[in-house]
Design a protein. Structure first.
Ligand SMILES: Nc1ncnc2c1ncn2[C@@H]1O[C@H](COP(=O)(O)OP(=O)(O)O)[C@@H](O)[C@H]1O
Ligand SMILES: [Mg+2]
Lengths: 236, 316
């Protein structure tokens, strides 16, 4: 298993946001983590990427225990997150943002090749490479966070609500790009409120409710699960 | 108000003001770098500068030069100046590093509130200046006579000396290099990333502690250069040298837009020029008052300073 989280709890001060969650991601998979607003999806991402320390439990990545590893060193190991919302560097150009994604790398040729790959996936970014990040549209900023994360050559790509706040057409586009990235060999853990789309593309999924995993299964199983349908797919 | 004196001394004042302003600007960069990344006012930065003024003198002393030594010939002078500059910069950078390690890092690891940092900063400043006060027996120290000011050319009847030219060249050269480093290099991008969004910077693999150490070192190097230029301009220093100048350099940083590298330059030059102008117009006793009145007026209209705030957002 590429990523294995066992019994992880996390506190914000006195508020407990995660209550012993366990989940795993296998090499090559797309795994979806769905749940309502405030369920703890972003918190799970923060625990995995090391932005917040966990109170208890273990996180293993690629065979190593990384529970206590500093966030920046997890990037070196091949874990990279595209954060929620407009998590770009607003004062940097598109190109500089992408170069930040390659911060831990020194192989110039490889970086240049990956830059071309990202521009291939997101032609919009290529057109706007000199533009300052803060002046991009919401959709372009989302593309930039994904592209930037790819620049680190992650073994596991963590995507936190890549479709948030986007027009339906753009949502389609983002999801098909996610599938494309996966088919090019990158394992993906995808957090989404857009459960329909996420589960349709995912190999497996987990449902998170108030800091607990309440259900898991293959994407198709969850899509057809009556409880999931009612709670997350807008089917009465 | 003495308009005649102002007009009569205009060029002379402008030239000496620019030289003084360049020193303020170099000094101000340390405040701006640390504020830009940590939102912290490093009050101990004045002592980082003060130790630089002693650093150059100690370096020269180690080479057998003191204030009574005769002025060496041109070749050796250039060498002495370069070594003195390096000595001052190293002294200041090491001091800045120690301040960060001892006064700030432990607080940061404990997520201390802002006020704790402020008190720690003031404490570090007092400790350093008293320490040097005791070691120097509270006496001023003279600088070897390495540069005898001589007019190289004149503008509007005012002499421009070799010393003034040297100060401007060194100050602008270093500021240009720093600006390039922050805006063009990989490490500089890391600094701006932490300034804009520390969490996202960590997600990109930036080691925050290393960036913080880097900005203290850079600020220290710049303050050390300012210290050497001050030594040469004033001809001596004492344990209190950082206090007065520190307030002005800090004011310059705020005036230009604290957290903005180019703002430090603009603020420093404005403050530097303003002093001799007002001294001519209203008399020396009004210099400080006028400088701060101007500062307040500018901040009323531009609360974030002339060039605006953050290291990241204003694209440095
Ligand atoms: N920085 C924080 N401080 C305190 N509580 C937080 C913080 N971030 C999130 N929370 C709380 O933790 C819970 C989970 O939040 P989050 O992980 O952001 O949910 P989701 O991403 O699923 O919408 C929520 O109740 C939220 O209010
Ligand atoms: Mg969230």
């Amino acid at each position: 298993m590429l990523l294995e989280i066992s019994d992880v709890s996390l506190l914000y001060g006195r508020i407990q946001a995660l209550h012993g969650i366990s989940l795993g991601v296998d090499e090559g998979e797309i795994v979806a983590l769905i749940g309502a607003n405030g369920a703890g999806k972003s918190t799970t991402m923060r625990a995995i990427s090391g932005i917040r320390p966990v109170a208890s439990g273990r996180i293993r990545f690629n065979g190593d225990d990384i529970t206590k590893l500093r966030a920046d060193l997890r990037v070196v190991r091949g874990l990279c997150q595209a954060p929620e919302g407009r998590g770009i560097f607003p004062g940097m150009t598109v190109l500089e943002n992408l170069e930040m994604g390659a911060y831990t790398r020194r192989d110039r040729a490889g970086i240049a090749a990956d830059l071309e790959r990202v521009f291939g996936l997101f032609p919009r970014l290529a057109e706007r490479r000199k533009q300052v990040g803060g002046t991009l549209s919401g959709g372009e900023q989302q593309m930039l966070t994904i592209g930037r994360a790819l620049m680190s050559q992650p073994k596991l790509l963590l995507l936190d609500e890549p479709s948030m706040g986007l027009a339906p057409m753009l949502i389609q586009q983002i999801f098909s790009i996610i599938s494309e990235i996966n088919s090019q060999g990158t394992t993906i853990l995808l957090v989404e409120q857009n459960a329909q789309q996420a589960l349709a593309r995912a190999d497996r999924g987990y449902v998170l409710e108030t800091g607990r995993i309440v259900k898991s299964g293959t994407g198709t199983e969850l899509l057809h699960d009556p409880a999931v349908k009612e709670a997350y797919l807008g089917v009465a | 108000m003495n308009v005649h004196a102002f007009l009569h001394n205009f060029w002379e004042n402008t030239i000496s003001g620019l030289a003084q302003g360049a020193i303020y600007a170099l000094f101000a960069l340390g405040y701006t770098l640390v504020y830009g990344v940590l939102r912290l006012i490093n009050f101990a930065h004045s002592e980082v500068f003060m130790l630089g003024t002693f650093g150059a003198i100690i370096t020269w002393q180690a080479l057998g030069l003191d204030q009574d030594s005769p002025t060496p010939s041109f070749g050796p002078v250039v060498l002495y100046l370069i070594v003195g500059l390096a000595g001052a910069m190293v002294f200041s950078a090491v001091t800045a590093t120690i301040v960060e390690r001892v006064a700030y890092r432990p607080l940061r690891k404990r997520n201390a509130p802002v006020l704790a940092f402020l008190i720690s900063a003031i404490g570090a400043s007092v400790v350093l200046s008293e320490l040097v006060g005791v070691l120097s027996r509270r006496k001023p120290r003279g600088v070897p006579r390495l540069v005898q000011p001589e007019a190289v050319f004149t503008i509007g009847g005012a002499e421009v000396t070799n010393l003034t030219i040297g100060i401007l060249v060194v100050a602008f050269g270093l500021m240009f290099a720093l600006d390039r480093f922050i805006n063009r290099s990989r490490l500089g991008r890391g600094v701006r990333a932490v300034a804009q969004d520390p969490n996202t910077a960590a997600l990109m693999g930036v080691n925050k502690d290393r960036v913080i150490m880097l900005i203290f070192i850079l600020g220290g190097l710049m303050a050390g250069a300012a210290a050497l230029l001050y030594d040469l301009k004033i001809g001596g220093t004492d344990f209190f040298a950082g206090f007065d100048l520190g307030i002005k350099a800090f004011a310059a940083a705020v005036l230009g837009g604290i957290g903005n590298l180019r703002g430090a330059l603009v603020g420093g030059l404005i403050l530097g020029i303003l002093e001799p102008y007002t001294s001519s117009l209203f008399g020396t006793q009004w210099t400080a008052v006028t400088a701060f009145v101007v500062l307040i007026i500018i901040l009323l209209f531009r609360p974030n300073g002339i060039l605006g705030e953050s290291l990241g957002r204003a694209r440095a």
